[in-house]
Write a protein of this length. Structure first.
Length: 324
């Protein structure tokens, strides 16, 4: 291969790598990169905005009429998202756009509304930027009315949602997630840690290597899935429970369940502490792990006349099982 062909091959690979990066960012939905030199903020009914700008930063405050928008969708790549509830009926967003580098003009935030939902995305010019993702990030602070729903996505930024019993869907790649006093939380992350306090309703927590810490879960169901991250829970009072891990340890301190439930791990340890169980039946299975239980295995504990008993199935391959 001649030197010219090697150079061309290297250029092709470079452009393919760049294009793949853009496709990944675009497919994620958090940011759109526009080669055109300008973009404008779309005007939407019931939305007002006030902006102030410095050389390296731009702050925009959006107000949305709560009667028009029940659900807010926010997608981000870098920068944290902080959500708080407030007694007012309208939504309020403070969006800080931060720029690292020179020679790149600010391009406004793009707002889309419809069907009772409001969605935000960012459009940036890439023509004069060597690395647009590393050179630009946005931070969100959201004040939301009680009883509304919110959907948040981020790649590396942390997400915090506090109060209001809000219906919450959260997804990150490496960003950490902290939720408190939320309703029907649906959490998905790859390596970010998850902390949930005082949640209710249908609780769903999924992670690959991140740790899961739940303090106070009450409602219809609790589902949790992890690969290598440890799962620690306390004060769990739900109708049904489904938890599965591969190598992460599973610990629940203060558990109440009313219906059939399943907990399994491959090589992690499984430790449960029940709170005044009434009528239940423990079914355990392990290949090489050690089983120790305060309650009888395979028999109904404190059978209640006329009431069905909950079957709690505990399963490991090489991990120990301990029930208190």
């Amino acid at each position: 291969m001649t030197r010219t062909n090697k150079v061309r091959t290297g250029q092709v690979r470079l452009w393919m790598t760049f294009a793949l990066g853009l496709v990944l960012c675009l497919s994620y939905g958090g940011m759109t990169f526009d080669v055109i030199a300008s973009s404008t903020t779309q005007k939407a009914a019931g939305v007002s905005v006030v902006s102030s700008q410095t050389k390296q930063q731009k702050l925009s405050t959006y107000r949305l009429k709560g009667s028009l928008f029940h659900t807010l969708n926010i997608a981000n790549i870098r920068g944290n998202i902080d959500v708080q509830t407030h007694p007012q009926a309208d939504w309020k967003l403070e969006v800080t756009e931060c720029l690292k580098g020179k020679g790149v003009p600010y391009i406004p935030l793009v707002l889309r509304t419809g069907g009772g939902e409001a969605s935000f995305s960012l459009s940036r010019e890439v023509r004069h930027v060597t690395n647009p993702v590393c050179g630009f990030y946005a931070k969100y602070r959201v004040y939301m009315p009680k009883g509304k729903a919110i959907s948040l996505r981020s790649v590396s930024g942390d997400i915090v949602v506090a109060g209001g019993k809000t219906t919450t869907f959260v997804r990150t790649v490496s960003g950490n997630i902290r939720l408190s006093s939320v309703h029907d939380p649906n959490v998905q992350t790859v390596s970010g840690d998850v902390v949930v306090k005082q949640s209710s309703g249908k609780i769903s927590l999924r992670t690959v290597s991140g740790k899961v810490d739940l303090d106070g879960g009450r409602g219809a169901s609790l589902f949790c899935k992890s690969v290598s991250g440890d799962v620690k829970m306390k004060k769990v009072d739900v109708s049904t429970l489904r938890i599965r891990t591969m190598s992460g340890d599973l610990t629940i301190d203060g558990l109440r369940v009313k219906k059939d439930s399943r907990l399994s791990t491959f090589s992690g340890q499984l430790t449960l502490t029940f709170v005044q169980p009434k009528s239940m039946k423990l079914v355990t299975k392990t290949m090489s792990g050690v089983i120790s239980s305060k309650y009888p295995i395979g028999k109904v504990w404190q059978r209640v006349s006329g009431q069905p008993h909950a079957v709690i199935r505990l399963r490991t391959f090489s991990g120990d099982i301990k029930v208190n």
